[in-house]
Design a binder for this molecule. Structure first.
Ligand code: TXA
Ligand code: MG
Length: 360
C-alpha cells in the first residue's frame, strides 16, 4: 500500500509508483486514484489480469471496462480510427472525466476488456498519480471503478479496502478523489452528433459547446420506474442497479421545495414510528428540517460539485448506520445535476416520488 505519507516524499512516491507499475506489468491488479473515483487497474492486454479484475469486483462479464491512457499517442495502437468530432472532444476535455467509445483495433486488447463489443471506451484521467502510474507501467490500463459490483464507487482508499481488501495486489492511496462521480461516457458519430451513454463529470452543456452539434442523452438513462417499457441502455453497465444501499431508497421531487421537505419530514417520522432506522440525503437549504438516524448533507443546491463529491460516501454511510428507510431530495437536472440524478435514480431502483403541487 502506498499511503499519503509516502506521497509527500517525492523519492518514496517514485519508488512506490515503480513498484505499482511493475505489479501491473506482471499481471497484478492495483487500485489507484483518478479525478473521478478510484479505479482497479490491470494491463488491458493480459486476459488473466483482466479476469482478476472481474473476479475481484464480482462484475458481470458482459460489462466492458474503460481503458486508461496517459498520452494521446497511445490511441493509434488501440483504436481503428478517431473521427474529427471525437478528436475535438478529446482535445477539449482530456485529461479529464470523459470516456470516448471508439472502434477497437482487433488483436491488441484482451477480448475480456471489450466484453465482445467492437468498440472500446478510452479515457485519459486528470490525476497526477493515475497519469504517472499509467506512464510508468507502459501499458494501456483497463480500470473499472474499484468497488464490489453493486456498491457505490469508491471516493476514498478506505472505500476500496472495505470492498476489496484481500482480493487485489495493491493500492495507491491518493486521498479523496475530486469529482466524486464516474466519467461521462460518449459515442460520437461521423456527422459530429454526440450521444451520452453515461452522464458524468463533463456536462451535456460543456459537450454541446465544444461539439457545436446536437448532444443527446441515451433515452434509456431517463426512464423511471412505472414509466412503461425501458429501452436497453447502450452502455451495458447502465442496466445494472448500481450503488444501491441496503435500505430502501426513494427520491422525492416536487415543484415546491417546502412541500418536498414537509413530505420528507412526515415520511421519516412515520418510518421511525414503524421502528425503522431512517436516513435522509438533502441539501443545506433544507437539512435543518429533518430528523433521522443518519442525516447526510450534499452541500448547497447552488453548488452541485459538492453534491457529486459527497454522494457515494453518503450512500455508504447509510449502510454503515444500517439504515432501512432512506429519502433523498431531487435536484435540478442541468449541469452536474444530470449525473447526480442519474446515480440517485440507479441507487433508488428508478423510484422517484413526484409530489403534485397543492399550491395551484
Ligand atoms: O470515471 C470513470 O470512468 C471510472 C474511473 C476509474 O476511470 N471508471 C469507471 O469504470 O467508472 P466502470 O467500469 O465502473 O464503468 C464503465 C462504464 C460502464 O457503464 C460500461 O458499460 C461503459 O462504461 N462502457 C465501457 N466500454 C463501453 C463500450 N465499448 N461501449 C459502451 N459502453 C461502454
Ligand atoms: Mg463502476
Amino acid at each position: 500500500r502506498i499511503d499519503p505519507e509516502m506521497m509527500a516524499d517525492p523519492g518514496k512516491l517514485r519508488e512506490g509508483l515503480k513498484e505499482a507499475a511493475d505489479a501491473l506489468r506482471g499481471g497484478g491488479v492495483i487500485a489507484f486514484p483518478t479525478e473521478t473515483v478510484y479505479g482497479l487497474g490491470a494491463d488491458a492486454r493480459l486476459t488473466s489480469a483482466v479476469e482478476a479484475v472481474f473476479a475481484a469486483k464480482g462484475r458481470p462479464s458482459d460489462n466492458p471496462l474503460i481503458v486508461h491512457i496517459s498520452e494521446v499517442s497511445q490511441l493509434d495502437g488501440l483504436v481503428k480510427q478517431v473521427n474529427p468530432a471525437a478528436r475535438k472532444l478529446m482535445d477539449a476535455f482530456w485529461p479529464g472525466p470523459l470516456t470516448v467509445v471508439l472502434p477497437v483495433k482487433p488483436g491488441v486488447l484482451s477480448h475480456r476488456v471489450t466484453a465482445g463489443l467492437d468498440t472500446v471506451g478510452i479515457r485519459m484521467p486528470d490525476h497526477p498519480v493515475a497519469l504517472a502510474l499509467i506512464e510508468a507501467s507502459g501499458c494501456p490500463v483497463a480500470a473499472p471503478s474499484a468497488n464490489r459490483s453493486g456498491r457505490p464507487s469508491p471516493t476514498l482508499a478506505s472505500h476500496v479496502l472495505e470492498d476489496l481488501a484481500g482480493s487485489i495486489d495493491g493500492i495507491v492511496d491518493g486521498g479523496a478523489t475530486g469529482v466524486g462521480l464516474e466519467s461521462t461516457v460518449v459515442q460520437v458519430l461521423d456527422d459530429g452528433s454526440v450521444t451520452v451513454l453515461r452522464p458524468g463529470g463533463v456536462t451535456l452543456e460543456q459537450l454541446a459547446q465544444v461539439a457545436g452539434a446536437p448532444v443527446k442523452m441515451d433515452p434509456a438513462l431517463m426512464a423511471e420506474a412505472g414509466s412503461g417499457d425501458i429501452p436497453a441502455p447502450r452502455a451495458p453497465g447502465m442496466k445494472y442497479t448500481h450503488y444501491a444501499p441496503q435500505g430502501t431508497l426513494s427520491i422525492v421531487a416536487g415543484e415546491s421545495a417546502a412541500e418536498v421537505s414537509d413530505w420528507i419530514s412526515r415520511s421519516l417520522q412515520e418510518a421511525e414510528a414503524r421502528g425503522e432506522r431512517t436516513g435522509v440525503l438533502a441539501f443545506d437549504e433544507h437539512i435543518s428540517r429533518y430528523h433521522a438516524d443518519c442525516v447526510e448533507t450534499l452541500g448547497s443546491l447552488s453548488d452541485l460539485g459538492t453534491a457529486a463529491h459527497r454522494l457515494y460516501a453518503a450512500l455508504r454511510r447509510m449502510d454503515e448506520e444500517h439504515i432501512d428507510f432512506i429519502l433523498a431530495e431531487a435536484c435540478p437536472e442541468d449541469g452536474l445535476g444530470a449525473a447526480i440524478m442519474n446515480r440517485l435514480r440507479k441507487a433508488a431502483g428508478q423510484t422517484v416520488i413526484r409530489l403534485e403541487s397543492q399550491a395551484r
